[in-house]
Design a protein around this ligand. Sequence first.
Ligand code: PRP
Length: 221
Amino acid sequence: MTSSDMEYLTIALPKGKLFTPAAALLGKLGCTAEGLSENSRKLVISNEVEKIRFIITKTADLPTYVEYGAADIGIIGKDVLLEESKDVYELLDLKFGYCRMVVAVPQALKQEKLSDYAHMRVATKYPNIAERYFHSMGIQTEIIKLNGSIELGPMVGLAEIIVDLVETGRTLKENQLVEVAQIHPATARLIANRVSFKMKFPRIEKLVEDIKSLLESEAGK
Ligand code: PRP
């Protein structure tokens, strides 16, 4: 770590649904920077007074930036952590961004039991989670990795099943899909690089404590 790296706390934020609540939470603690916005063309935004650097990453890549120490800490969904299995510390459940990873199928293909879906094709953005889940259930399936708009898979005959995140349930409903099993719930987490956590312990620990107090006071409202 260079002395400039030591001086700054680099925070990774993901583009997408978690960006706004994550930036708002940190902002309440004065942890922000001028021009910090999801749509910013600048991908590194610094606060020279507080010595904070924000980097904005693609959601799935965020744990990689933290694992390699390109960011000291980051905010990311538990779903991505479970999919990516990176070597990072998970410091805190931030209790926002609540959603569920589920198995869903078109209404017309709904079976009595999960094992009736054996040998069917599963479209998902989360191939590792889907693979582990069906393997743990002893059900053999073919996993097809997609990068988004998963619901399209069953509509056009690419797959019979999907494994995807559900937040409000609107997307499933609008595409005539029904949930047949829940794999796990997910919320946003604060994660840290292992070396940064030791080298910048006082700073990271203070931020963790400040976030905890803020979450507690907001929960009590
Ligand atoms: C996520 C997820 C579902 C949708 C669920 O997709 O993959 O498609 O949100 O939300 P809902 O239950 O509130 O309808 P996202 O918008 O992140 O984009 P994607 O389809 O490109 O993955």
